[in-house]
Write a protein that binds this ligand. Structure first.
Ligand code: HOZ
Length: 431
């Protein structure tokens, strides 16, 4: 049994100083019935908490650490940049290099603007879409999460779903009214809303593979229809690839599925663990951003030298031959192993995986296709699973409605240890 004496102490202190004791709600372990651990340090696939307990980490900072924690090439790149100054508010060459890499690798992106977070990226992309089309409404999908800007908190996934927050207190009614939301994977609902209100809709924003209600793959043909129908009505299609970008493939989900959006939002991996975001797309649209055009968006720390250094080093590692094949093979071994163990131990659970991201939906005999089916999962059993795994040295997402991320640092040993722990967990859950 792991001791969490110091983590508990820090959490008590934090709870007096920080709302809920955490700087982002998804870090709270409320929904899995325990207190958060506090991290001391991490290396590769392992994190060590302040009590000296070691865990194999499948949160990976919610996606960015695809090369593993404290990868020496990433930390050296940061160290190199550090000595030359940390922020200037004047252009630097690394911004151009990172923009160049993104434009080279992400199929639909001809120009890109760097920002500081995924939320900033999605918020700015929607402003651009409104400015470009002259329309007000946006359409999103229930259970997708695009950061915490006002428009996106309608029927949102991630922490909003985990905490069961109803509606969006603090978001003006007018903003809610301008945000339409329909179920993911529902082509009929999509057709109906586009036929009826398409001329008023500036953009449809979607996680091409939602990972913020757990991992929910798009059904065959859904993204194709989305592309076709938005194009017909002059609606911009925004792929929120903050999670899927550089994870499902170098060119993200748009490369993986062969579908080109008008705008793409990125974050997480392109900052290699430092705060970053980006939005990009066709030149003709991007040229509406100031100072080229009238749609204003700015940032003191945008394109920060440390963040761009970490991002460039990460993308360089991901550009090597065989990297995505390795991620795929290890993720498949883990997912297939978990599935088999669940069956052998009589645990009802649907394992959904796309590339190196996956979710085991407890209590689900069949596939989870949208937010409503995701919400029908057995969150109590997930909570017990989380706590048993934690105790066996495996750190999974502290919510049923999130993804587990595999990194290049999760070697065969880490996968085997995780399956051993899962076997123990499933046995306990089944007994
Ligand atoms: N997409 C992340 C989790 N679903 C967001 C992380 C956060 O909110 O801290």
């Amino acid at each position: 049994m792991n001791e969490h004496v110091f983590s508990r102490r820090f959490f008590r202190e934090a709870s007096k100083l920080i709302p809920g004791g955490v700087n982002s709600p998804v870090r709270a372990c409320q929904s899995v019935g325990c207190d958060p651990i506090f991290v001391e340090r991490a290396k590769g696939s392992r994190i060590i908490d302040v009590d000296g307990n070691a865990y194999t980490d499948f949160v990976c900072s919610w996606g960015p650490m695809i090369c593993g924690h404290a990868h020496h090439e990433v930390t050296s790149a940061i160290a190199d940049a550090l000595g030359a100054g940390t922020s200037f508010g004047i252009p630097t060459w690394r911004e151009v290099a990172l923009a160049g890499k993104i434009v080279d690798l992400v199929p639909s992106v001809e120009e890109v603007r760097l920002v500081n977070s995924g939320t900033e990226a999605t918020m700015s992309a929607v402003r651009l879409a409104r400015g470009y089309t002259g329309r007000k409404k946006i359409l999103k999908f229930d259970g997708c999460y695009h950061g915490h800007a006002d428009s996106f908190l309608v029927k949102a996934g991630s922490g909003v779903a985990t905490l069961g927050i109803p509606g969006s207190p603090g978001v003006p009614e007018e903003v809610v009214a301008a945000t339409l939301a329909i179920p993911f994977n529902d082509a009929d609902a999509l057709k109906e809303i586009i036929d009826r209100q398409g001329d008023e809709i500036a953009a449809v924003i979607v996680e091409p593979v939602p990972a913020n209600m757990g991992v929910v793959p798009p059904v065959q043909g859904f993204l194709e229809k989305l592309r076709e129908w938005t194009e017909e009505k002059g609606i911009l299609l925004i792929f929120d690839e903050v999670i899927t970008g550089f994870r499902l493939a170098r060119g993200g989900a748009q490369e993986y599925f062969g579908i080109l959006p008008d705008l793409t939002c990125l974050g997480k991996i392109i900052g290699g663990g430092l705060p970053v975001g980006a939005y990009g797309g066709r030149r003709e649209i991007m040229e509406h951003i100031a100072p080229s055009g009238p749609v204003y968006q700015a940032g003191t720390l945008s394109g920060n030298p440390l963040a761009t250094a970490a991002g460039l080093a990460t993308l360089e590692i991901l550009d090597r031959p065989g990297v995505y094949e390795v991620l795929e093979a290890r993720s498949a071994t883990l997912a297939e192993g978990l599935e088999k163990l669940a069956v052998n131990n009589g645990i009802t659970c649907c394992l959904q995986r796309v590339g190196s991201m996956m979710t085991a939906f407890f209590g689900q005999a069949g596939p989870v296709t949208d937010f409503a089916t995701a919400l029908a999962s057995d969150t109590d059993t997930y909570a017990r699973f989380f706590r048993i795994m934690l105790d066996r040295g495996i750190y999974m997402a502290p919510s049923q409605f999130e993804a587990a991320f595999v990194s290049l640092a999760h070697g065969a040993d880490a996968i085997e240890a995780t399956l051993d722990a899962a076997e123990w967990a499933f046995k306990k859950l089944g007994s």
